[in-house]
Design a protein around this ligand. Sequence first.
Ligand code: FEO
Ligand code: CA
Ligand code: CA
Ligand code: CA
Length: 635
Amino acid sequence: MTNHNNREIASDLSFDDFDEIINPGPEVTDFEKIIEKAMSRRGFLGGGLAIGASALVLGTTALTPMKAQASNVFDFEPVKTNSLDTITVPKGYSWQVVTQWGDPLWSKSIEFDHKTRGTGESQELSIGDNNDGMSLFTVKGRNILVSNNEYTNRDIIYDNRESKLPETADDIRKGKAAHGVTVVEIEQNDKAWSIVKDSQFNRRITADTPMEITGPARGHALLKTEADPTGTQSLGTWNNCGNGRTPWGTYLACEENFNGYFSSSDENYIPSDALKRYGIKNEDWGYGWATEDQRFDISKNPNEPNRAGYIVEIDPMDPQSTPKKRTALGRFKHENAEVVVNKDGHVVVYMGDDERGEFIYRFVSDEKYVEGGATTDLLNNGKLYVAKFNDDQTGQWLELSPETTGMKSQAEICIYSRQAASAVGATTMDRPEWVASHPQKAEIYCALTNNKNRGKKPNAGGDETPLTGPNPRAANLYGQIVRWRPKNQNHTSDKFSWDLFAMAGNPTVHQDAYAGSKNIDQHNMFNSPDGISFDNNGKLWIQTDGNYSNKDEFAGMGNNQMLIGDTETGEIQRFLVGPKECEVTGITWSEDRRTVFVGIQHPGEKGDSTFPGGEGTAPRSAIVAVTRDDGSVIG
Ligand code: FEO
Ligand code: CA
Ligand code: CA
Ligand code: CA
């Protein structure tokens, strides 16, 4: 690890000193001290950071044993940043495309047409666009790859239109079908992975697939529409970002920016404050769905947006099954859902709400998970909590109930979860993206991707965003990764302690807090951590969705990338660089751990990529398989 000389570790400040640092006028704010404080006080990272006194003060959990120096766990040569239009992996590793947007799932499907970029019909029968979170399920030797298809880039999918927008009813049909979830069987022959066309498991779930609404909000008046007066059956899922998987073999698709699809045919319509809190406006983001489907017209169906923003549970092994919207897990811009079975059997789900100044949530099931037992209601009955991070590196889970929030019912809390969280005074965060749980101990990580509004403006609910706790930098360009340890290694405890695992930054441009934490240097720097996931060995894989200009504040960072972190020592090394203008997002392993599948989302989102097909082809989101040339395990 590089230790920047100019960034000596601050002496252990008292809470009052710390409080003074974070609350004075901006001209005297010493960011560096704040960061050193957040990084080192509990000494999670070891490596010579002070832990003595603070460990005594805050010692609610066992501290990581200190290590004298970085461990030798990275048996690959880290790759350098680049701005190439291809994937770069370390020497001794190879990659291949497994699935691409528009690849046929059945023999009857039409092959992808690079010129027209497909039709409604071809899209309904092929891999969706912009793959994001994913999981591979291996059952009786069959490999079922399930991935979210988060959104579409209109310039890419409507490249056949002069306006680069949907112009016909079929264009809208194509757009809706490009969203949702793809379930596809894959197989490996002679190392190479490929799609099993016509597999009984292949399935497309789109913005029109029937869903069942379950949990506390099922049937609530706010979920009733003209088409569904019962408030129990909705159509479709869209903008599924990160994902989750349960120990009982189901897949969780998480609805994120669901708001961008709604619009009003009546330009004088005034959306309610509740709609505004979720970013729903009279104009959509160019998808145009309301022109063909009145569900998306808020002046006609003001309750329809209340039926999106949930976590959807899908049984990948049963193509006939109806996906279930799990309202108990709250309604917000869900990033992913990290499912942990607590030592006493309660199911705990950690979730981020990816918006500037929004929150981190936890669900704790009422019932306990028993292998082979009933699982239908595990995600329907339970308590929902939101995180409060204190500046002394402790934290609490605040329950969201009618008593604590002043709201009328649990159903209303599950629909207006953001408002409920604001009511109890949760900590506004720097855009919580994926949450990942350490496989060997009770330690949870969350990527806080960036937040240009930190210290500048409140969130959409009016909650202030001061420089506090794990969000210490104003106008945070680079992001950080926070982690916490539940008290007594008990995921149902309402108390935890926290620190920062890494603070991204650019030490070649900045000398202050924007240089990043001690474990960031010119060789491993990155910005905007987003997808994070642990491998079986407890190494944290970090994917980025950041600025790839390679200029100014981001000089030397190159394209979006994937790194691996050692959470014991803090060491971070770069494993992969993606092609131009992509986000690297989504990760899952083969059962034998000899393949890691990695998602490459929207290469060429600004028009400068032909990945993966090369010159003359459309840029296409893809899932790639990375293997070691010697065939040994990866993670
Ligand atoms: Fe779809 Fe928060 O990333
Ligand atoms: Ca994301
Ligand atoms: Ca992101
Ligand atoms: Ca993206």
